[in-house]
Design a protein around this ligand. Structure first.
Ligand code: SDX
Length: 428
């Protein structure tokens, strides 16, 4: 017997189907609500609204569970390469050695940018934000009419996915090189994904940068942990743009822009700026916490809180350990890590944060790792974008392959002016 929910309104009862997900999450299917009741639901911020059924990532915010295609994040972060995790998300299962090598070859063949694209970097002012460059250049990839734009078969999709994963990394490194006035470094054919990125960021003519295994491992883990997170703001944006039939590159470029805000992917930059402010201004941690609790102060505890995780963000715990391990292996003492720990301890002991179930999220410790690697702060959200690209690709594909997919077009409740007469200028 299918489970239903009963809605009573205007003296009428309406039966609505209840659907249940793989892990037992339940939803009331309201797709017939307006046609049967003439009413819609209203849910500012979509905190109670599911936009789709998806088979890519599962999160249990109460238990701090995160799985990509059913595989626990704890296993992927410590045992998989970023590209292996990317293949899991995009193609639905962990690749066998042959599939992994074939995809790696596709990445290598698609890493370089068209020669003419390099001219775009000269067109940006030196202080252009790297996120503006990244979203613009991902869009610009279409202008080179990559055969991948018009995906007609699985082979075309594999090439497009590889091209976007590879070129996003190359664009990011090239934007940094342009910003600091160094020649753009070419991707190498012999390096894995994370090492190749670090090469393109830090190698200079006649002196190659070779990362330590610990640095490469930390970056690889950072990217795995950022690879997907179900219907977050930027991924929902990618799905919305994809629902209109837009191609993969246009959809992901929109996702980059959605990620930029300080409430979302921009938080990793904001966390480090917050810790630096506490350090440089000599603000007692207790006073900063008090400011963050006062809505009127305009101060937020960046890197804290999450719409879904009401217990702990498993990624934050993994990143905290990874930050410690990396700094220890590099024999670096970063005072911001100490301050971060003091802030975490003070917040977790404070009723304001406990009552609202606010815990460190993925952005709270990630910046410590990026700083140790030598990534500049204004590139932090670009690093989040590189990590999130496989998730955006996987969600674009899930929309693209769904023949029953309808264009995303939410309703609204109008609260503006009633019928208003037009008046000629002289009478206004
Ligand atoms: C990411 O969705 C995802 O999955 C995102 C992400 C991903 O992988 O894609 O996980 C990545 O974006 C992580 C979040 C990064 N952002 C930050 O760290 C910015 C700081 N955090 C807040 O802006 C906030 O917590 C959000 C945006 C993350 C969540 O906002 P919600 O769910 O809309 O929560 P809310 O604003 O309704 O807050 C509920 C209460 C409020 O207090 P009251 O009005 O009930 O008194 O908690 C308070 C808020 O004022 N609150 C905070 C706070 N976050 C929430 N108070 C102080 N500092 C904070 N950081």
């Amino acid at each position: 017997m299918a489970e239903t929910a009963i809605l009573q309104v205007d003296g009428q009862s309406y039966e609505l189907p209840v659907i249940t997900g793989t892990e037992g999450e339940r939803a009331i299917d309201i797709s017939s609500l307006r046609s049967t009741t003439g009413m819609i639901t209203l849910d500012d911020g979509y905190g109670n609204t599911g936009s789709c059924e998806s088979a890519i990532t599962f999160i249990d915010g109460e238990k701090g569970i995160l799985r990509y295609r059913g595989v626990p994040i704890e296993d992927l972060a410590t045992r998989s390469s970023f590209i292996e995790a990317a293949e899991l998300l995009i193609f639905g299962e962990l690749p066998d050695p042959e599939e992994r090598d074939e995809f790696r070859q596709l990445l290598t063949e698609n890493s370089a940018l068209h020669r003419d694209m390099r001219k775009h970097f000269d067109g940006f002012p030196a202080d252009a934000h790297p996120m503006a460059i990244l979203s613009a250049m991902i869009n610009a990839l279409q202008a080179y009419d990559l055969p991948e734009i018009h995906i007609t078969d699985s082979g075309g999709f594999r090439r497009a996915a590889a091209a976007l994963l590879a070129k996003t990394r190359t664009i990011a490194a090239a934007s940094y090189k342009s910003h600091i006035g160094q020649p753009i470094a070419y991707p190498r054919y012999d390096l894995p994904y994370a090492e190749n990125f670090l090469h393109m960021m830090f190698s200079v003519p006649y002196r190659d940068y070779v990362p330590s295994p610990e640095v490469a491992h930390a970056l690889n883990m950072f990217l795995v942990l950022h690879a997907d997170h179900e219907q977050n703001c930027s991924t929902s944006t990618v799905r919305m743009v994809a629902s209109g039939g837009a191609n993969l590159f246009a959809s992901v470029s929109a996702g980059v822009n959605a990620l930029w805000g300080p409430k979302h992917g921009g938080a990793n930059m904001a966390v480090v700026e917050m810790l630096q402010r506490i350090q440089s201004d000599g603000i007692p941690v207790s006073r900063y916490i008090d400011q963050a609790k006062d809505r009127s102060s305009g101060v937020r505890l960046m890197g804290f809180g999450h719409r879904i995780y009401r217990n702990f963000d498993p990624r934050a715990q993994i990143l905290k350990t990874a930050a410690h391990d990396l700094l220890e292996s590099m024999q670096i003492k970063d005072p911001l890590l100490d301050i971060a720990q003091q802030v975490e301890e003070a917040a977790l002991a404070d009723d304001y944060f406990r009552e609202r179930r606010l815990y460190p999220n993925v952005d709270f410790y990630s910046g410590i790792i990026l700083r140790a690697i030598g990534i500049p702060t204004d590139m932090f959200t670009v690093m989040f974008s590189i990590g999130r690209t496989p998730g955006w690709i996987a969600h674009w594909k899930e929309v693209h392959d769904n023949e029953a997919q309808r264009i995303h077009r939410p309703r609204q409740i109008y609260v503006g002016e009633p019928l208003t007469q037009w008046l000629p200028p002289a009478e206004r």
